[in-house]
Design a protein around this ligand. Structure first.
Ligand code: GLU
Length: 381
């Protein structure tokens, strides 16, 4: 059975006065139930907690202080989930609330634990309703927004589809007579190669679109077909699940990265930098080798063994990739430039390489900022 991750944004679900759009929520729940009857496993990523909480608290203007937004989310999340439970009940379906922070996915053990729980919830026949746990997310540790969270969940579950539902039919390109819906984005298209029409003033900020494209790029890299489509049109979810073409579809990578490497690329935070010489940069890029101490010039930051670091080429300063260091920063500095034997003499018991090839991913321009632009708590998308 295929997993289908559907993301619903705040502007689709909540009106400007902070009231839930009940008819939209009920209609999307009906769609999810239909997809489930088709034999799929729908998972919902729903925003709207902050806007809903502000409405409940009678706060008309969106505050800018993080604490206020977090408090509003705590109020709104309960209201939102209760409403989902009511909407699923007549269909005999039980929803399950799951609140995640990016730190839950940053550590391999909690990442795997989240996966096990979600899989169990699907086996039990529930529909997980996921949101970021806004009350504990911090500026440094946030998904960026729920498009990124939805892409992370799609990768975590090895989903077949990711549907980013929004207030537009999809992405638009410039046609002879004005903006035209862009039907297909082939696998491997870099985000900046997508010929977007200038939609300024359309009511949907470019920031939101950039984040959707970055999320689509993340998910397709893991083999997840991603669709950007309307959150208010009926039947989009079951149509996509039946293989019909709706909105803008991003083709999945033909050879997706393995689950561990996807986690390393997208979920594990970078805690330092290792600068390498030209020879090491070439060996990593062209031959897929491990990084040995002899090619290391410097280590920056206070990372520990097991932390992820960015590997940077000396000279042009380009990012070669990201890997898990098998040594703490101080030890990397001690062994930098040494051949393997000298490393052993200097640090008995040191790992045979600074980064093992199985724990390294090459930088890919499509994943340049990992979709971490913007701050989800500050935007309503
Ligand atoms: N977690 C936020 C909320 O529920 C939304 C974040 C987003 O929309 O990206 O209000």
């Amino acid at each position: 059975m295929a997993v289908l991750v559907v993301k619903l944004g705040t502007s689709t679900l909540v009106d400007p006065a902070g009231e839930l759009r009940h008819e939209v929520l009920d209609a999307r729940v009906r769609d999810l139930v239909r997809a489930r009857r088709q034999g799929h496993h729908p998972v919902l990523v729903s925003s709207g907690a902050i806007a809903c909480g502000l409405g409940r608290l009678g706060i008309r203007r969106r505050p800018s202080a993080l604490g206020d937004l977090q408090a509003a989310s705590a109020v709104g999340q309960g209201v939102l989930f209760q409403r989902y439970a009511e909407a699923f009940a007549p269909h005999g379906v039980v929803p399950a609330q799951v609140l995640l922070t990016s730190s839950d996915l940053a550590s391999r053990s909690t990442y795997l634990n989240a996966r096990t729980t979600l899989q169990r919830l699907l086996e039990l026949g529930t529909v997980p309703v996921i949101n970021e746990n806004d009350t504990t997310a911090t500026d440094e540790l946030t998904f960026g927004d729920n498009d990124v969270l939805a892409a992370q969940v799609a990768l975590l579950l090895g989903a077949r589809w990711l549907l980013l539902l929004t207030d537009r039919e999809g992405l638009y390109t410039t046609g002879a007579d004005g903006p035209e819906l862009l039907g297909d984005v082939p696998a491997g298209t870099a985000p900046d190669q997508i010929p977007l029409a200038d939609m300024a003033g359309s009511g949907s900020g470019r920031g939101g679109i950039a984040s959707k494209i970055a999320s689509a790029s993340m998910a397709t890299g893991g083999g997840v077909t991603t669709v950007i489509a309307s959150g208010t049109a009926d039947g989009v979810v079951p149509a996509v699940a039946s293989g019909h073409h709706v909105g803008t579809r991003f083709g999945p990578a033909p050879r997706p990265e393995a689950a561990f490497k996807l986690w390393l690329r997208h979920a594990k935070p970078v805690l330092g930098r290792v600068v390498v010489d030209g020879g090491a940069a070439r060996a990593l890029r062209e031959r897929g080798t491990s990084l040995l101490a002899v090619g290391v010039l410097a280590a920056e930051g206070a990372f520990l063994a097991g932390d992820a670091v960015e590997v940077v080429a000396q000279g042009d300063g380009s990012v070669v990739g990201k890997g898990i260091s098998s040594m703490p920063a101080a030890e990397v500095r001690m062994v930098a430039g040494l051949k393997t034997e000298a490393v052993r003499e200097r640090v008995p018991g040191a790992a045979p390489q600074v980064i093992h090839r199985d724990q390294f991913v090459l930088a890919d321009p499509r994943h340049a900022d990992g979709g971490r632009s913007g701050h989800g708590l500050m935007e309503a998308s």
